[in-house]
Design a protein around this ligand. Sequence first.
Ligand SMILES: Nc1ncnc2c1ncn2[C@@H]1O[C@H](COP(=O)(O)OP(=O)(O)OP(=O)(O)O)[C@@H](O)[C@H]1O
Ligand SMILES: [Mg+2]
Length: 229
Amino acid sequence: MSEKNPREVLAQAKDVSKSYDGGRIVVLRDVSLSVRSGEVVALWGASGSGKSTLLHLLGGLDVPDRGELTVCGLDPRIEANRLELRRHRLGFIFQLHNLIPDLTVEENLRIPALAVGRGTKETAARVRELTAQVDLGHRLGHRIQDLSGGERQRTAICRALMNSPRLLLADEPTGSLDETTGSTVFGLLKQLAERERIAVVLATHERRFAEACHRIIRVRDGRLDEVAT
Ligand SMILES: Nc1ncnc2c1ncn2[C@@H]1O[C@H](COP(=O)(O)OP(=O)(O)OP(=O)(O)O)[C@@H](O)[C@H]1O
Ligand SMILES: [Mg+2]
């Protein structure tokens, strides 16, 4: 656990390459990255630079052409590991939240708990705990389609954290929001991550969000470069 080993490596890529279209579109060239528990790391780069590609590889949503990946101690290229990662060790926040629109906030949040067979009482307590921290407790019975963009993204953050993952991967979690709401949601995400003591890797093209992270990794021309903060 992170308390016992506060500098544990939770996400590691070693010489990872990824291309599309039979090698015609080279997105990542032999990139390496290491993220330890407690770190909030920004993948910062222009549109099309490969931020989502790298997050998808780390999250087991896509596989690299070459190179090694270790996420929360497991190789996400192996199917059985992907299941374990998704259910227990990893949270993923998508740019467009991917919540189920005609279910309520509470119903959406119960889904990850159902997948791991958690009890009703425990689930309800976790829903209350998380939503209170992002000021969403008064919206539990509202359907996603009736929520504002910021409220949807806050629900997505809670959903990603429901099963207490060790690592959170967030793909432009504030990308669909206006500037003020984006800042609020980003602040809550960082606060919650710190409170839950998890590592976060988040993609952003906004410098101001990257600067609020512990580390900034610039994604450019298929390479990763650590930017001094
Ligand atoms: N499935 C795919 N097939 C072909 N090309 C793809 C595929 N997925 C991504 N690409 C290409 O790979 C490059 C990197 O895409 P990626 O989505 O990782 O960029 P990004 O940095 O996340 O951009 P954005 O900030 O716009 O989200 C882009 O040029 C994109 O068109
Ligand atoms: Mg992207």
